[in-house]
Every structure is written in structure tokens, then in C-alpha cells.
Design a protein around this ligand. Structure first.
Ligand SMILES: [Zn+2]
Length: 443
């Protein structure tokens, strides 16, 4: 986009996801200095220096927001097949060959997974792991929005605490920054009560939000019982971690009291149904959480057990799996699923002033889907078509901060061949090492 002029996305169907669920058909999105200036039914005349993109036959909508990922694990896609939840827990959630991976490998893994996210229309992700200093550089290079946390666990203290604080020093916690940080305690069973209380204090001091795994496996609950906690959510309540600035991923093994604790505290639940199905064979009680007033958003988790990073897929699976699990085909209507990857996802990450809907003043994170495909037509119900018919592959163009990152499904500023060559190089090396699982958690 020319710095001097406006970017005008003209003539598409504009799904705003604003408070009135406004749809403009046709509509135009006008962007200036990386922000949306207006969404309007008429097309303004182009002035000298403006860039006009013909978006007829395209659906323009806010870029999707992923609330829980480990993007760099795209490197290990397909290496977690046919393991039970107990086997995953016993191997500390480490896929084969992870022992031999070095931080630079995750840089390239993040570029690979990040390209997958972007080409599938995901413009922002909440990501967490170790080695976040190099992973942050990869997200910066991708041009996408990201909230990043360096994982904290008892066994890596105090080293990892210093690294987590260094990450916040480098990138800040300001939601206006395209890349910024949260605080990422790993899980209640791998973090002592003291560490969890320290995380809450640091969140208050820095303004960073708290991202944690919670209640994802029976082994976690067994470990917590030895510390006197009758559940992961209860542990987070007792240590002051719960709150509207806390995003708890999974929450699979929770009871009625913990549902009330999550709802009452305004804590966000990041529901990752595909990963939950493929690791635990069980879902979080999402309909019960929603009935209690809890706030639920969606995430892909990682490509090891997903095995992709596509939020269109995740929406469909969330809808289908929860209808089956609850025996009620009316739960999770399409419009609610769509909010879980747009405006509600933005609220969960604290970036609702910047992203999640197409509204004047917000950053211009916009995706354009090709509407003229046999598996999408006719468009009787936009949310239903997006949730149950559309794929990430339908996304043709992607802008973040008004910068055109993906055009006709190809990245404009990144050489995909360079990424693929490095993935090949990494696997030539890793395949020469033992495949064995490690016994120490590093996720
Ligand atoms: Zn996770």
C-alpha cells in the first residue's frame, strides 16, 4: 500500500462483526495509515495516491484471532498419532525428536505455522512456548499480530522468569503494539502456588494478561490433589489468577463449582476442541459454561494433534462436537462461533480497540474470501456458510495494519521456498537423532 494514500477495498460483501452485526452488500472498506477510516455502502472516488482493490465477489471480514497456539510446533505436524492422553502426559507432551530441536528450529517452525495461519485468514494469534525471543522475531517478520508469552514452570525458575520479563521489556504489553506480551504460567500442576501468586502480581505491575493451560488431563488433577487443590480452576481461584484478564486454555476436567468460578470471575476459556478430542477424547463442558455465563473463545492449540492451524475448521469442529457431546443440535449457533474467533477473541486478548471487527478507528486487519466457489454458493446465511462450508483455503487476500501480506494466497514479503528449504534442512538433521520422547515438560 502506498504510504501517501488510502487503501480502498471496493465492492465486496462487508461483514463488519460490529455491535449491530452490520453487513454491507456491496460495501467498501477505506483504510488510511493502517487504520479503518470507514465501512460504507457507497464507494468513495479514488484520489491521487490511493490504492483501489477490486473486491467484487469477495467477502471482506475481520481477520480471525486464534486464542491459543504453539505455532512453531508446525514442525512436528503428524508426529503425535494414536497416543492416549495418559501417554501424552507421561511424555510431558513432547512429540518425537523434540529433544534434538534447537531454538532456531522454532524460528523456522513459526514461519511455517505462521504462513499457514495467515493464508487461512488468521491475522492474530496468542502464542506461547519456550524460546520466545526467537519466536517473536519470526512473528515480527511475518507481519501478523501476536500476543506472546514465555512459558513459566517451577523447574526452570528463575531462568525462565528472567526470560519472560526480558520478553516483556523488549516487546511491551501495550495492545496497540502489533507484537506484545502476556505472562504465561504453564499450568497449575507445573507452577507452585507461590509462582502463580507472583504471576498475578507481575500481571498487575506490567499490565500483561495471563495465559495458562488448565485442567487438561487427569494427571494434572492428581498432582494438584497432593497440594490440597480439588481442581485446576480451584487452584487458580485460590492463587488469585482468575479474572477477566486471564485466558485459561482447555478447562476439560472441571466440575459445576469450577464452572461457577470461571463464569463469576470473567475468566476467558480458550476452547481447543480438535486438540482436546485427539489428546483426551473428551471436550470441555462448553454448553454448561455458556449457560453459566462464562466467556468462551476458540484456539487451534498445536499442529501436532490438530493437525492444522485453520480456525474455519476449528469453528466447524466446535459446533459439531459440542452438539454431539451435549445431545443438543441447538447449542453453539454459528453466529456465536463466529464471534469466538473475531470480536470475542479480540476481547479475550484485550485488543478489542484494535481488532476483531471492521469499524472506524480499528487497525485494518482484513481478510477477503472468494465467495464464488461451488462449496459456498448460494449464500443464504453468512455465519452458517462461514462456519460449516468455508475453509481457510477460501481466503484469497490478507491485510494486517493495512499492509497487504497475502495476495492470491501467496505471501508478498516472504519467500516460501526459503521457509520450506529450512524445514527440509532441519528435518535432515533431526532424523539423524534419536526419536525418543523426553520426560520433562517444555510446553
Ligand atoms: Zn497449549
Amino acid at each position: 500500500m502506498a504510504d501517501s494514500g488510502r487503501l480502498i477495498l471496493r465492492g465486496g460483501v462487508v461483514l463488519t462483526m460490529n455491535g449491530r452485526d452490520e453487513v454491507l452488500s456491496p460495501g467498501t472498506v477505506v483504510i488510511e495509515d493502517g487504520r479503518i477510516v470507514s465501512c460504507r455502502a457507497d464507494a468513495p472516488p479514488a484520489a491521487a495516491g490511493d490504492t483501489v482493490v477490486d473486491c467484487r465477489d469477495h467477502l471482506l471480514m475481520p481477520g480471525l484471532i486464534n486464542t491459543h497456539t504453539h505455532t512453531g510446533f508446525a514442525l512436528f505436524r503428524g508426529l503425535g498419532e494414536q497416543r492416549s492422553g495418559a501417554e501424552w502426559a507421561a511424555s510431558a507432551y513432547a512429540p518425537p525428536y523434540m529433544d534434538a530441536a534447537v531454538p532456531d528450529d522454532y524460528y523456522w517452525g513459526t514461519l511455517l505455522g505462521g504462513l499457514e495461519l495467515l493464508t487461512n485468514g488468521v491475522t492474530c494469534t496468542a502464542d506461547r512456548f519456550s524460546h520466545m525471543a526467537v519466536i517473536a522475531e519470526a512473528f515480527d517478520r511475518l507481519g501478523m499480530r501476536a500476543v506472546l508469552c514465555h512459558t513459566l514452570r517451577d523447574i526452570t525458575m528463575p531462568l525462565e522468569w528472567d526470560r519472560a520479563m526480558a520478553l516483556i521489556d523488549r516487546w511491551g504489553a501495550d495492545p496497540e503494539s502489533r507484537i506484545h506480551c502476556g505472562i504465561g504460567p504453564h499450568a497449575p500442576d507445573t507452577c507452585s502456588d507461590d509462582l502463580l501468586r507472583r504471576v498475578r502480581r507481575a500481571a498487575q505491575e506490567t499490565g500483561a494478561r495471563i495465559y495458562i493451560h488448565c485442567s487438561q488431563a487427569p494427571a494434572e488433577l492428581a498432582a494438584l490433589r497432593t497440594r490440597g487443590h480439588a481442581g485446576g480452576v480451584r487452584c487458580l481461584a485460590a492463587t488469585g489468577v482468575l479474572g477477566p484478564d486471564c485466558i485459561a486454555a482447555h478447562c476439560i476436567y472441571i466440575d459445576e463449582e469450577e464452572i461457577r468460578l470461571l463464569a463469576g470471575s470473567g475468566t476467558w476459556v480458550s476452547h481447543c476442541p480438535v486438540s482436546a478430542a485427539r489428546i483426551e477424547g473428551r471436550l470441555a463442558p462448553i454448553p454448561a459454561l455458556l449457560r453459566a455465563g462464562a466467556r468462551v473463545v476458540l484456539g487451534n492449540d498445536w499442529a501436532v494433534t490438530n493437525n492444522g492451524l485453520d480456525l474455519f475448521d476449528e469453528m466447524k469442529c466446535a459446533g459439531v462436537l459440542n452438539k454431539v457431546a451435549s445431545g443438543d443440535p441447538a447449542v453453539l449457533p454459528s453466529s456465536a462461533l463466529l464471534r469466538m474467533v473475531t470480536i470475542d477473541a479480540a476481547r479475550s486478548l484485550g485488543i478489542e480497540q484494535q481488532a476483531g471487527s471492521l469499524e472506524p478507528g480499528k487497525r485494518a486487519d482484513v481478510i477477503a474470501l472468494d465467495m464464488r466457489s461451488p462449496h459456498l454458493m448460494p449464500w443464504h446465511d453468512i455465519p452458517a456458510t462461514l462456519v460449516y462450508s468455508a475453509k481457510g483455503l477460501d481466503v484469497r487476500h490478507v491485510w494486517v495494519d493495512g499492509r497487504w501480506l497475502i495476495r492470491d494466497r501467496r505471501p508478498l514479503d516472504l519467500e516460501v521456498d526459503e521457509v520450506y528449504a529450512n524445514v527440509d534442512r532441519i528435518w535432515t538433521r533431526l532424523r539423524g537423532t534419536p526419536a525418543g520422547d523426553r520426560r520433562e515438560r517444555d510446553r
